[in-house]
Design a protein around this ligand. Structure first.
Ligand code: GLC
Length: 536
């Protein structure tokens, strides 16, 4: 049954498109230069016009903001910077009224060091929450128990004088890791999930899901022979004792069980792993995460051969019945426009929105925001502050405010925002681009509309036709519908022949100007261009 371009027998998260909102930077309504939930409510028209199906909201929980909300001090309330719990209820309702879903960020690996659980746990060795975090006695020399490092630089252990012990933190020392081997922690966090599911949220993006368990024997991580000086210090060692541990999938399955107490919900898992390991998080019986995040477009070179291989490798490794997903940008990585260039970012958008798998689109990528330029005195990211100067390491560059129009502060705020706007914001913004048929925003809207209108593009099968040189071509097919997507990942003209596309009609091109063209035996593709060809 097809309603609103969607087959009701297909779960919404398979045919839909996820849009990531970074609440610090979407829309400020209070005049403090920081975004808030009423701001998101005031900008829902943008999401409707764009044509996305779900919002994943980065954390809005009560937090001291040592890691911009990924250090949670109360999992069941909203930080006053962003509004109130009833604002969040209103957001759930308003999204639902527009046929969209809300996915919250769930941050289970660690809490804030100001969370009441941690304050209690740190107070003595005998309190009721003494085993809720990862505590360990000092090494014989009084130092940290082993060589585990923090993802944000330095050792991963912090001394607690009150306990005379160290605690482990995979990220900041303000983010102590919970002890997921303790059933009381598991139960408390399951209740957090239920709290939000009962309020009507449609699912969770689970933060650093592959970090949850650590080696129970606290063995050292081995050195990484491939470390290079332009990489963060944590890469000195291989995280084989601290990440992707045996048993972690059982915790993921535990979340899934709770989520399945409610109908039609989604669990996305954040993990930076090989395709093979990533696919383990679906669970053999598809009883793990619905969508373990696929970050390979962020991690691997943007080369036709690589992307073609990724598609095929992914399809090979997916457990039967599992559904893929693709990501081009998020709040932790350099902007796609800055990684690939503005013209090639359009080709990448065409890939993201025609690939087989749920796309996640990061706010700002739809208008072609490039990396922010952050003066040294405005750096906010703790990762950068701890280890300054590494290439693309300052996450502030991807977290700059949304640019809505050409008014002062780009319509984001009435005051100077917490991070600077991207230079050129007077023309790179939603209002200007909405009126320009050749803009990045228009390209995104058209791609999303096309994807929604054709099941071959949303839920169809995929077959790679060519992946060589700068040329990537693949087919999407569902029932009688067939599309061929041909992308030029380089800047030189390509002349090729794609028999599977012959006789088809171009319905969209990345550079524009080719709509309606019938494809013959030869296909010419300008540098940095891509075409979607309909063969229905
Ligand atoms: C995830 C988040 C990142 C955060 C880290 C620690 O990778 O995306 O922003 O700093 O987890 O919670």
């Amino acid at each position: 049954m097809i309603a609103n371009g969607r087959d009701a027998s297909v779960p919404w998260w398979r045919s839909g498109v996820v849009y990531q909102i970074y609440p610090w930077s979407f829309q400020d309504t209070t005049g403090d230069g920081v975004g808030d939930i009423p701001g998101i409510l005031s900008r829902l028209d943008h999401l409707v016009a764009l044509g996305v199906d779900a919002v994943w909201l980065s954390p809005v929980y009560v937090s001291p903001m040592a890691d911009f909300g990924y250090d949670v001090a109360d999992y069941c309330d909203v930080d006053p910077r962003f509004g109130t719990l009833s604002d969040l209820d209103r957001l759930i309702e308003a999204l639902h009224a527009r046929g969209m879903k809300l996915i919250l960020d769930f941050v289970p690996n660690h809490t804030s060091d100001r969370h009441p659980w941690f304050l209690e746990s740190a107070s003595s060795r005998t309190n009721p929450k003494a085993d809720w975090y990862i505590w360990h006695d000092p090494a014989p020399d009084g130092g940290p128990p082993n060589n585990w490092r923090s993802m944000f630089g330095g050792i991963g252990w912090e001394w607690s004088a009150a306990r005379g012990q160290w605690y482990y933190h995979a990220f900041l020392k303000e983010q102590p890791d919970l002890n997921w081997r303790n059933p009381a922690v598991v139960a408390a966090m399951h209740d957090v999930l239920r709290f939000w599911l009962k309020r009507g949220v449609d699912g969770f993006r689970v933060d650093v899901i592959w970090h949850l368990l650590k080696d129970p024997d606290f063995r050292d991580n081995p050195p990484n022979p491939d470390w290079t000086p332009d990489e963060p210090e944590v890469r000195h060692i291989l995280q084989i004792m601290t990440c992707d541990q045996p048993g972690v999938i059982d915790l993921v399955k535990g979340f899934r069980k709770v989520i399945d107490e409610f109908p039609d919900k989604l669990m996305i898992g954040e993990l930076y792993l090989t395709i093979e390991r990533m696919c383990a998080y679906y669970g053999e019986d598809l009883d793990g995460a619905h969508l373990p995040f696929n970050f390979h477009l962020l991690m691997d070179p943007w080369k036709a051969e690589t992307v073609g291989w990724l598609i095929e490798e992914y399809e090979r490794r997916l457990p039967p019945g599992a559904w893929p997903n693709w990501v081009l940008g998020n709040h932790d990585n350099a902007r796609v426009v800055s990684r690939l260039g503005a013209a090639q970012a359009r080709v990448a958008a065409m890939f993201l929105l025609t690939a087989r798998g749920t796309p996640t689109l990061f706010q700002g990528d739809e208008i072609g925001l490039s990396n922010g330029v952050i003066p040294p005195d405005r750096i906010r990211d703790p990762q950068e502050k701890n280890e300054p100067g590494l290439p693309d390491h300052n996450r502030d560059i991807a977290r700059t405010p949304m640019q809505w129009d050409a008014s002062p502060f780009a319509g984001f705020s009435t005051v100077e925002p917490w991070l600077p706007l991207v230079p050129g914001w007077e023309s790179v913004n939603v209002a200007v681009e909405a009126a320009d048929p050749a803009s990045m925003l228009t390209l995104h809207r058209r791609l999303l509309k096309l994807r929604r209108a054709h099941e071959a593009l949303s839920i169809g099968d995929v077959r790679v036709l060519v992946a060589a040189g700068d040329l990537l071509a693949f087919e999407r097919r569902h029932g009688d519908e067939r599309f061929v997507i041909v992308l030029n990942l380089g800047s030189d003209l390509i002349e090729t022949s794609i028999p599977e596309a012959s006789g088809g009609q171009i319905v969209l091109s990345s550079k524009g100007g080719r709509d309606g063209e019938i494809v013959g035996a030869r296909l010419m593709l300008a540098g940095d261009d891509g075409v979607v060809i309909s063969l229905a």
